[in-house]
Design a protein around this ligand. Structure first.
Ligand code: 8YV
Length: 325
């Protein structure tokens, strides 16, 4: 089948340059409203496409995949995480799944560092106080945060983003530790200056800052449980730019309210776009609306990866970013 006649459905609005290029290359169907598709609309899109381009706001589960006709050949996700797509079900039907890794690494690591700084230096609290007219001039003891230099950062999940964060963190004088299923090679450990812990429970109580940078899977769901939160030092800061499902959000809100945790910086939430009301109210929680990859450059690059994957497939080759179970 020629690329020109390939029916490619985008479930959301993508950057203009990405959508326009897709129209030039494929029989691309756009969602000009940008409204997330209902389940029924998603089923219809899958029934009338050769390629579906979903995002994190679509739940492409086994039932939808099993109900799709054989004409659906590929799910080319716009984004790195693919936990919203049942990859095993797709694989069983011979439907290819691809994602967009690599291109959003630096921006997501920037955002993790931003949250670490914002929480430890009370940046949002201070800005709000000023805007609300509560700044009455400098005082020696008002709005004191915590120094970062010389503290310990524990990174949970040392893939691309974890490593990019480690590089930044060293420049801020943090001693970087990490927990990952597999230890990095000695060469990379030395280059990054990081220390591996095979046991997450042993690492957590020693850290001043914890950053979650691991994908959401059945094994990592609530990896930060109520029990694990109770292991943290009361001044510790927890930052999450990966997936909300990694944290028991209700337990986190309780830990903050009961002063068992120094603060939290969250870009992702367990029931997105809903946020636990106790977190919304808490002054030591810095909350962002899933901005990890939200730069003009990253979103363009993500679109380019989708195009590359679809084009490679259309040309009869194996796309570079295949996601396998
Ligand atoms: C994306 C993300 O914006 O790529 C990811 O995994 O979390 C985000 O940065 C989102 O997934 C788009 O589908």
């Amino acid at each position: 089948m020629s690329a020109r006649s390939l029916k490619v459905t985008l479930t959301r609005r993508l950057p203009d340059a990405v959508e326009t290029r897709m129209r030039e290359l494929f029989d691309a169907r756009l969602n000009l409203t940008d409204r997330p598709m209902s389940r029924q609309e998603l089923a219809q899109a899958m029934a009338s496409s050769d390629v579906l381009v979903p995002t994190i706001t679509d739940r492409v589960d086994a039932e939808l995949i099993d109900g799709a006709p054989d004409t659906l050949k590929m799910i080319a996700n716009f984004g790195a995480g693919t936990e919203h797509v049942d990859v095993a079900a797709a694989q069983a039907r011979g439907i290819l799944v691809t994602n967009t890794p690599g291109v959003l690494t630096e921006d997501t690591a920037d955002l993790a560092m931003t949250l670490i700084l914002a929480v430890s230096r009370r940046v949002v609290e201070g800005a709000e106080a000023l805007r609300e007219g509560r700044f009455e001039g400098w005082t020696p003891t008002w709005m004191m945060g915590r120094k970062l230099w010389g503290k310990r950062l524990g990174i949970v999940g040392m893939g691309r983003i974890g490593q990019a964060l480690a590089r930044r963190a060293r420049a801020f004088g943090l001693q970087v530790h990490y927990h990952n299923r597999r230890q990095l090679s000695a060469m990379i450990e030395e280059e990054l200056g990081v220390t591996w812990w095979d046991d997450l429970d042993a690492m957590l109580p020693r850290m001043d800052v914890i950053s979650l940078n691991t994908p959401a899977t059945a094994e990592t769901r609530h990896i930060v449980s109520a029990e694990r939160l109770s292991r943290l030092q009361p001044h510790a800061i927890l930052v999450n730019t990966a997936r909300g499902e990694l944290i028991d959000e209700a337990a986190l809100a309780r830990a903050l309210i009961e002063n068992r945790l120094g603060g939290a910086g969250l870009d992702v939430f367990e029931h997105e776009p809903a946020v636990h009301p106790d977190l919304l109210r808490h002054p030591r929680a810095v909350l962002l609306p899933h901005l990890g990859s939200a730069t003009v450059e990253s979103r363009q690059d993500m679109g380019d990866r989708v195009i590359l994957n679809v084009m490679t497939f259309a040309n009869g080759h194996r796309p570079p970013d295949r996601v396998l179970t």
